[in-house]
Every structure is written in structure tokens, then in C-alpha cells.
Design a protein around this ligand. Structure first.
Ligand SMILES: [Zn+2]
Length: 287
């Protein structure tokens, strides 16, 4: 069966919840399910290289058949082989590789050549978008709250504060209306000039971050995803007109269109010590 020769075009960065596409490829899986690749989709897949935002929920409709989409993952095609999920051998954007969205449905699924409709669960998408927007704002607020903890000049974030988030992040997970970010404060961060003792008064850091978040939230600010092309592997940037400056952050996820759409956003911080390093966990919740 011929594999697609170009990237899946994705419409979720613009907020689309439905799309119509042609089935280009069906890959049967050992578990009886099938991976369905379309030319275009509104369905946000989990990004295997940086799995921060989970896949959407929704259905794929082909004529009178409706398939629940059990999962959606990014896949890559190289020399006639489709690699899915954790098998991905390279990161996005690599020259000569084709990047696709694989919708996982119960087998055998639709047929190659079918025109199908994608319908995304709008309520769950909205909750993930709120969680993702809040996650970006929280990381910027944490950078600002920890700005005085640095004794040497380091790389800065979109607002000009020392980039604690970018330099210390270990994992980031977005949920419906929230996120959990884990940071590692070890020898290399201390060498760069970070003072771990700043985290001894965690309540003060938390208060600074939450005060800033509430200022930003109440002021509001437009959000959009900028991109040069509709292909899955094209570079996308989260742009937010924040009180205090415009921010640009590379991002493959989905977002709200204005900070004002959040009724509340708060972070809570916790630390624990593991193997000579300190771990900071930031839990963000919003609604
Ligand atoms: Zn993002």
C-alpha cells in the first residue's frame, strides 16, 4: 500500500474542531486496531518527541460508519516504513522525512480513498487549550518570580527574565484545565548561577507568581498561533499580547484566543530532594 508523500495538513492550530479529509493509508496493528492517516485533520495528536498536550477526543465518520478515535499520535515515514508513537527515530522537521497524524480506531477501520469527517469533542479541547494557555503563562510567571535567584547573566525568556523554565524543565504535562511541570535543580543549574536557597521560602515565590498571573489574567490579552505552513512539521509559535510585553514561544499545541477567557489561574509549588538534586513541581490549575 502506497504511503503518503507529504505531511498531514493540520487545522487544529487555528482552533478547528471539524475537518474533512481523504484516507491515504491504513496501518493494521497487532492489537486489532488500525492507524488511519488522512491528508488533512483537525484532530490534535500527542507529540511523541515532547508529549505535553494529550490527544483530542472525538470520532472519525465515514459514510454511515462512525469510529471512535481511541488515540492519536504523531508518526514519521522514512524509506517506505511508517513509524508510530515511541518508535519515532527522529524529531519533527527533519529534512526528507514525512510527518503524519495517525488516528487510532478499532480495526479494520475505513478504506483507503474514503472521504471522512473528523469531529473533535469541543468541551474537552477547550479544557486542554485552557490548560495549555495556563501552562505557558505559569512558566513565564515562575521565571519572573525567580528572577532574583540568579547571580550570573543567563538566557532570558520572552519577557526578558532569566529563563528558569527553559533551563530547568524536566517534564511538562497538560491536563484538562491544568498542568504539572517538573523542574530539576542540580549542579549544572547552580553553576549557571541559580541560588537554590531561593526555594526555601516557597510560599513567597508562589505568591509572587500568583500575583503576576492574576494581573495578566484580569488585564487580558489576545493569543494566536503563528505559522508559515499548514503541514504538521511546520514551525508554530504561540504569540500572546501580554501586559508587559509580547511573547513568542515555540508550541505545537492548542490554545484559547484570549487570556480573558480564563476565570482563574493559580499555581502551587512543592519541592523534594532526590539524589543530591532538588526537584520543583509546579501544579497549575485554571477554569
Ligand atoms: Zn506549548
Amino acid at each position: 500500500m502506497a504511503l503518503p508523500t507529504s505531511d498531514t495538513r493540520v487545522t487544529y492550530p487555528d482552533g478547528a474542531l471539524t475537518s474533512t479529509g481523504t484516507v491515504l493509508h491504513i496501518e493494521p496493528r497487532a492489537d486489532g486496531r488500525a492507524a488511519v492517516v488522512l491528508d488533512e485533520t483537525a484532530f490534535h495528536p500527542v507529540d511523541t518527541a515532547w508529549p505535553d498536550q494529550p490527544a483530542d477526543h472525538g470520532v472519525l465518520v465515514s459514510g454511515s460508519d462512525e469510529f471512535e478515535i481511541r488515540d492519536a499520535v504523531t508518526g514519521v515515514i522514512h524509506e517506505g516504513v511508517l513509524y508510530l508513537g515511541r518508535d519515532l527515530p527522529v524529531r519533527g522537521g527533519t529534512e526528507g522525512w514525512i510527518f503524519v497524524v495517525a488516528h487510532i480506531v478499532d480495526g479494520p477501520g475505513p478504506a483507503v480513498g474514503d472521504t471522512v469527517e473528523i469531529r473533535v469533542d469541543g468541551e474537552y479541547r477547550r479544557a486542554l487549550s485552557a490548560g495549555h494557555t495556563a501552562c505557558h503563562l505559569a512558566s513565564l510567571a515562575l521565571d519572573a518570580a525567580l528572577a532574583d535567584a540568579w547571580t550570573k547573566p543567563v538566557a532570558t525568556d520572552a519577557l526578558g527574565n532569566p529563563a528558569f523554565d527553559a533551563l530547568a524543565i524536566a517534564t511538562s504535562r497538560i491536563d484538562a484545565n491544568g498542568s504539572v511541570d517538573v523542574y530539576r535543580i542540580g549542579k549544572s543549574l547552580r553553576k549557571k548561577g541559580f541560588t537554590p536557597a531561593t526555594l526555601d521560602d516557597l510560599a513567597a515565590v508562589e505568591l509572587r507568581a500568583n500575583t503576576l498571573l492574576e494581573q495578566w489574567r484580569s488585564a487580558g490579552g489576545a493569543i494566536r498561533i503563528e505559522r508559515d505552513a499548514p503541514e504538521l512539521s511546520a514551525r508554530r509559535t504561540w504569540v500572546c499580547e501580554l501586559q508587559g510585553g509580547r511573547t513568542d514561544i515555540p508550541c505545537g499545541g492548542t490554545h484559547l484566543t484570549d487570556i480573558h477567557q480564563l476565570d482563574q489561574i493559580t499555581v502551587s509549588l512543592a519541592t523534594n530532594d532526590i539524589d543530591g538534586a532538588r526537584e520543583l513541581t509546579m501544579t497549575t490549575s485554571t477554569r
